[in-house]
Design a protein around this ligand. Sequence first.
Ligand SMILES: NC(=O)c1ccc[n+]([C@@H]2O[C@H](COP(=O)([O-])OP(=O)(O)OC[C@H]3O[C@@H](n4cnc5c(N)ncnc54)[C@H](OP(=O)(O)O)[C@@H]3O)[C@@H](O)[C@H]2O)c1
Length: 336
Amino acid sequence: MKTFHLNGDAGAGGLVRAEVSKPEPANGEVRIRVEAASLNYRDLLILDRVGQGGLNGRVPLSDGAGVVDAIGSDVQQWRPGDRVAASFFRDWVSGPFKASYVASALGGNTMDGMLAEYVVLPATALVSVPAHLTSVEAATLPCAGVTAWHGLIARAGMGKGDTLLVQGTGGVALFGLQLAAALGARAIVISSSDEKLDRAKAMGASILINYRDTPDWDVALMQATDGKGASHILELGGPGTYDRSLRSVASGGKIVQIGVLTGFGPKPDLARLQWENADIIGVTVGSVEHFTTMNRVLTEHTIHPVVDRVYGFDEAPAAYAHLRTGSHFGKVVVEF
Ligand SMILES: NC(=O)c1ccc[n+]([C@@H]2O[C@H](COP(=O)([O-])OP(=O)(O)OC[C@H]3O[C@@H](n4cnc5c(N)ncnc54)[C@H](OP(=O)(O)O)[C@@H]3O)[C@@H](O)[C@H]2O)c1
C-alpha cells in the first residue's frame, strides 16, 4: 500500500512517499481503507520538527476518513463497508481527559497517522461518518471540528443569544462559525483578508473586522457590540491575540484557549478576567464521545465542512505548502 513517512533527511522536504505492506487487524481492531485525510496547523508544527530527529518513519496527519475494509475476530460494532472516521486521540473514548491520552494522538510523536492507504485502529477509536458527508468532508472533522465542538458546546455551553468571536478563517475558526450559525449565536470574525470576511459574512457572521487594517480589533469589537463584548471566544492566536481576547470578553464570558498561531506561551494580563467574572477553558481536541455527539448535530443541521482545496495523494507535500501560505479558507484535504 502507499503511504507517506516523515523524514528529516536533507532533501526530503520532511516527507517521503513509501510503499509498505498492508497492516492486518488483530482482535478488537479494524482496518480502514482511507479515502481522504485532512491537514491541520499542527501538521505544519510537526513537519517543522522532523529535522530534529525522532519522527523519521512516522506516518503523519491525525485526520482521516474512509471505509471499513476488514475487522478482527471479536469486533461487534463495525462491518466491512461501514463509513468511518478516526478519532484524534486513539485512547480517549469518553469521560474526562487524562494526561495519558496525549501519547495516543494520531500522526504525532508516538502514533502513526492517516496519510496511508490502509490504517488499523482499535474498534473503539472510530466514529460513523454522517450520511450527508463525503469522505473528503468527513476527513476534516477529527481535530478542527471536534476541538471547536468540545470547547464551545461541551465545555462552554454556547447557544442561542450568545456572541462568538473567532480568529481567522482556518479550520477551527470556520467550524466555530458554522456551529454559532446553526445554534443561533451571533458570530464575529476577524481576518487578514476582506475577501475572506465577505465569505464569512455569507456563512452568517454579522461583525467583520480586518485585523491587518484594524490592529486594535478589540476596540472595534467593543464598539460593534455596544460595549458588551463576546460571550464566547475561540482563542486561536496565542501571544499575539491573547490580551485583545481578554479585552473583548463579555461579563461572565468564556475564553476557549486553543491555539498557537502566533507562538506558544502567552503571558496575558488576567486582571480583566476577574473584573468580568469570565472563565478560561483549556481544550485539547476531544474524545470519541464528543465526536459522536457533534456528528448528530452536524446531521441535524445538515452542516457541510468548508473545504478550501483537495489534493491528490501524491500531491500531499503541495497540500502542506498550501496550508503554510495561510491563503486557505477552511480545510485543506488529500483525497486518495
Ligand atoms: N488545543 C487544541 O486541541 C487544538 C486543536 C486544533 C487546533 N489548534 C490550534 O488552533 C489554531 C488554529 O488551527 P487550524 O488548524 O484551524 O489553523 P489553520 O486552518 O491553519 O488557520 C490559519 C488561519 O489563522 C488565521 N490567523 C493567523 N494568524 C492570526 C492572527 N494573528 N490573528 C487572527 N487570525 C490569525 C489566518 O486566517 P485569515 O487568513 O483569515 O487571517 C490563517 O489563515 C492553531 O494554532 C492550532 O495549533 C489547537
